[in-house]
Design a protein around this ligand. Structure first.
Ligand code: SAM
Length: 266
């Protein structure tokens, strides 16, 4: 079976199908779906994770891009419980979630090339998303969960941790998939946090500040932010301009972005 999966997998859809039962069980235990949940699974593939999600009795929306996988998913899940299970044959990045009622729980073993834009698309939905359990490249999981001072700490971690709680859950070796990817993978839980999001006065300012601060990691904050449109009151901020971007806590970035936004609008 795994040989067959490996042979039919499409590289352009980032298909690496899970074949390790213990990893599938670990993901399902981490999600712990209940009948009252509204789940969205992205990229169900041949249904490795879908089966357990479906068995929980939860409401389940599947979003799969590869039309060759649609008949199998319809037969195994949708036709068995059409009142609580549906399938969208579309690129998840083009799905309009604006009408979503929420809160939904998102699960996915994602194609790695779409993982970052997808996470930002989901996080823009705020509390309509209760939590996200995703399999990503382990290196990306590390970046998402990184703490200040570590080499993995950067834009991705700051922007996600500014609005959500993050927790690395499971380390997954290449042998858990068919075909085996070249890199190690990991599952992370990302839970949008309303209190954190409420502290951000202007998301664009935060994005701009973090992008500029980390533009050249070896340079100081002062250097990276020298093109900022207004003078930066370093003393008022209580921040050392000769520090590097990776030393500042997420909360500090939020505080600074808010202060800069206020300066700009004065
Ligand atoms: N969940 C299955 C598993 O664990 O075995 C499949 C995982 S495979 C890494 C990624 C899945 O996402 C594939 O089924 C692929 O066709 C689908 N996919 C790829 N790009 C997608 C996109 N943009 N939107 C929705 N699904 C996508």
């Amino acid at each position: 079976m795994s040989k067959e999966l490996a042979q039919t997998a499409r590289k352009r859809f980032g298909q690496n199908f899970l074949i390790d039962g213990s990893v599938i069980d670990a993901i399902l235990s981490a999600v712990a779906a209940r009948p009252q949940d509204h789940l969205i699974e992205i990229g169900p593939g041949h249904g490795a994770i879908t089966e357990g999600l479906f068995a929980s009795g939860a409401d389940l929306t599947l979003i799969e891009l590869d039309r060759d996988l649609i008949p199998g998913l319809l037969a195994s899940f949708v036709t068995k419980a059409p009142d609580r299970c549906r399938l969208i044959n579309q690129d998840v990045l083009t799905v309009d979630f604006s009408g979503l009622k929420g809160p939904v729980r998102v699960v996915g073993n994602l194609p790695y090339n779409i993982s970052t834009p997808l996470l930002f698309k989901l996080l823009e939905l705020g509390l309509k998303v209760k939590d996200i359990h995703v399999m990503l490249q382990q290196e990306v999981v590390k970046r998402i969960c990184a703490e200040p001072g570590s080499s993995a700490y950067g834009r991705l971690g700051v922007m996600i941790q500014a609005v959500a709680d993050v927790e690395p859950l499971i380390h997954v070796p290449p042998t858990a998939f068919a075909p085996a990817p070249k890199v190690e993978s990991g599952v992370v839980r990302i839970s949008p946090n309303a209190q954190k999001a409420a502290r951000i006065e202007d998301m664009n300012s935060l994005q701009k500040l973090v992008r500029m601060a980390f533009a050249q990691r070896r340079k100081t904050l002062k250097n990276n932010l020298k093109e900022w449109p207004t003078p930066i009151p370093w003393d008022d901020w209580g921040v050392d301009p000769s520090a590097r971007a990776e030393t500042l806590a997420v909360e500090t970035y939020v505080r600074l972005a808010n202060a800069l936004k206020r300066e700009e609008t004065h």
